[in-house]
Design a protein around this ligand. Structure first.
Ligand code: ADP
Length: 248
């Protein structure tokens, strides 16, 4: 089995006297879809924040692709290949879908030093890359629509597209299916499945039928700790998970 891409060991996060994460450990392998589930307040968002550099842990260690990033700033983690899906507020509502993606591609290129080299050839490359991203997120026929006018589901797809523009090795998706209708759920599920060929996916998601369907591995959290971790078949049988999610 491949070495883990992300290893978090014994992560502690405190808010004053409150311990939101206690000695939490997690490994994510490349090319896998790994889901985090658990009731509200379990610590899922806090874990995302610690892993992506938004919240500094008070204890523990985080290694990504051989780099110790426990205290690394967000931009360094992005440089190493960690990408968190943009939130809706990060979209430029007044720009078109294609323009939003072009900005995300250009942001990556600026990080790679391309910014001083962009000539006509580069512009054609960017156009081609935006076209591929549009196809990937299923928005090719809406390239020229304003992002602000898209449905909620299409906006979430665009956020994922903008994260993909950074060519990450691992993508963090925070409730990618929240508030979606059934068609958008199916489309987004297929999009997430397609990511596995190129990257690791860590997702927080409450839609248990989709989580059980697409995940390679599922970690169950409660009160800042891991209470179970297994493949979907094992998670289905776990007593606490059955009680909390599966109605039995
Ligand atoms: P989840 O994402 O699983 O719903 P969170 O990570 O958002 O859980 O929250 C875990 C716990 O940490 C909750 O009890 C929450 O109230 C607390 N918490 C989260 N952020 C803060 C904060 N900035 N200050 C104080 N407590 C917080």
């Amino acid at each position: 089995m491949a070495e883990p891409l992300l290893v978090a060991e014994a992560i502690d996060v405190r808010f004053g006297d409150f311990q939101a994460l206690s000695g939490f450990s997690l490994s994510v392998r490349p090319g896998t879809i790994h889901a985090l589930i658990g009731p509200n307040g379990a610590g899922k968002t806090t874990l995302f924040n610690a892993l992506t550099g938004v919240r500094r842990p008070s204890g523990g260690r985080i290694v990504f692709d051989g780099h110790t990033v426990t205290r690394a700033p967000v931009h360094r983690r992005i440089h190493y290949g960690m990408s968190r899906s943009f939130q809706v507020t990060a979209l430029f509502a007044g720009l078109t879908v294609a323009e939003n993606l072009r900005l995300a591609v250009q942001a990556r290129e600026a990080g790679e030093g391309w910014v001083f080299w962009r000539g006509p050839g580069r512009r054609a490359d960017i156009r081609a890359e935006v076209g591929e991203l549009l196809a990937r997120i299923g928005l090719s026929d809406r390239a020229d629509e304003r992002a602000g006018g898209l449905s909620h589901g299409a906006q979430r797809s665009l956020e994922i597209g903008m994260a993909l523009a950074g060519r990450p090795k691992m993508i963090f998706l925070d409730e990618p299916l929240a508030g979606m209708g059934i068609d958008d759920v199916h489309r987004t599920k297929d999009l997430i499945l397609s990511l596995r060929a190129q990257m690791a996916v860590l997702l927080i998601e409450h839609n248990m039928s989709v989580v059980l369907d697409i995940s390679d591995r599922i970690t169950v959290m409660a009160r800042g700790r891991k209470i179970a971790e297994d493949a979907p078949a094992g998670i289905r049988l776990h007593p606490e998970v059955r009680a909390a999610y599966l109605g039995s």
